[in-house]
Design a binder for this molecule. Structure first.
Ligand code: ADP
Ligand code: MG
Length: 357
């Protein structure tokens, strides 16, 4: 038992506290790619290339042609809680960007070696910055890239041996690559006008050109056969305020052909954030199959649903790695929409979680 008078509660050393919270934000190669690609999209890139070596554990490179980072901002880009996207708490109610906490780059630096090469429209040439574990710029030198930002990540989790070990299993590495592909596809479909590529060990895993609309982007991912089994749906209402655009299986379509054993073609978004929403899948299933207890219920419908609500109704900050969003309204309950029948289905819970992919 503790000696009387000896204090057993101690503050964690700063570096330990930092590492612990960073590994909650950067959980895997998947979360590195997701955070970096979302940054590229926030910077209005129209082209994003992701290159992985050894499933990302040797190297991850994300390049974009977005706005770039100015020389005065570069010093702060990986400082904890520095962000260009949110300046007042009230701005959370009008958030249009994926990022807002200023944590990804700082957290990434805590668990990997990171360099950032960037050029804005105002710069004559790009600069390459090397960052240390605290996210401080330790070295900067001129480089030869065009406008935009290229972030290179090596030695991921070198200082978190248990996590590195966990991801040494070939099976887990392959699963990670699949998750990377899935999240890029999900972002690629919701951002039709952005070109994407995912390259692993010099082989193209997935790529998409700029498309004119969601339909074309979806066609790229699903192929003409599956796409011909889907029909466009649209819904909007003012009270409550919601706008939905999507593609759902046509009535009477062969259930096997419009469902999958996995959720990787169930594209659901809240304000362009890819989410996994069991409730919506269930509604779609009930509508098309009349029941959820038959064999089809273990399969997932192939759908695309882009749902827009006022940003104030969404809380994307439920978890450190932003893998859930909470949808709320001021009546204290959450509303779900029966898209097909056009009538809202009220859920009595005070909160309903949607799992971001
Ligand atoms: P957040 O996205 O929440 O702001 P991050 O740590 O992901 O936090 O990024 C910190 C800042 O660095 C961003 O607010 C942005 O100003 C800048 N930044 C990061 N990546 C890019 C990029 N690819 N292009 C332009 N600016 C970027
Ligand atoms: Mg970010």
């Amino acid at each position: 038992s503790p000696t009387a008078g000896a204090r057993s509660l101690q503050a964690l050393p700063a570096a330990t506290a930092r590492l612990l919270s960073s590994t909650q934000v950067i959980t895997s190669v998947f979360s590195v790619v997701k955070e970096l690609v979302e940054n590229s999209l926030d910077a209005h890139a129209t082209s994003v290339d992701v290159k992985l070596e050894s499933f990302g554990f040797d190297r991850i490179v994300v390049s974009d042609n977005g706005s770039g980072i100015s020389r005065v901002d570069a010093e702060y880009m990986a400082q904890r809680h520095y962000t260009s996207k949110l300046s007042h708490q009230a701005d959370l109610d009008s958030l249009e960007t994926y990022g807002f906490r200023g944590e990804a780059l700082g957290s990434l630096c805590a668990v990997a070696d990171v360099t950032v090469t960037t050029k804005t429209a105002a710069d004559d040439f790009s600069m390459m910055y090397t960052l240390d574990r605290q996210g401080k710029v330790t070295c900067s030198k001129p480089a030869h890239l065009g406008q935009g930002t290229t972030i290179t990540v090596t030695n991921l989790f070198k200082n978190v041996p248990v996590r590195r070990q966990y991801y040494s299993a070939p099976k887990r590495r392959k699963e990670e690559l699949k998750r990377v592909e899935d999240v890029m596809m999900a972002l690629g479909v919701i951002k039709p006008d952005v070109r994407f590529s995912l390259i692993h060990n010099k082989c193209t895993v997935w790529q998409k050109n700029k498309s004119v609309d969601h339909r074309t982007a979806l066609l790229n991912v699903l192929g003409t056969g599956t796409m011909s089994l889907l029909q466009g749906v649209e819904h909007s209402s003012l009270e409550p305020q919601v706008e939905v655009q999507g593609f759902l299986p046509k009535p009477g379509a062969d259930p096997q052909a419009v469902t999958r054993a996995t959720t990787d073609r169930s594209f659901v978004y809240f304000n362009e954030r890819p989410v996994q929403m069991k409730g919506v899948e269930k509604l779609v299933r009930q509508y098309y199959h009349g029941s959820t207890s038959d064999g089809a219920s273990s399969r997932h419908p192939i759908i695309f649903l882009s749902i827009r609500v006022p940003p104030a109704e969404i809380d994307p900050n439920v978890e450190p790695n932003k893998t859930k969003v909470l949808l709320h309204n001021n009546e204290g309950h959450t509303t779900m929409y029966d898209l097909v029948g056009n009538k809202p289905v009220k859920k009595p819970q005070s909160a309903y979680s949607f799992f971001i992919k």
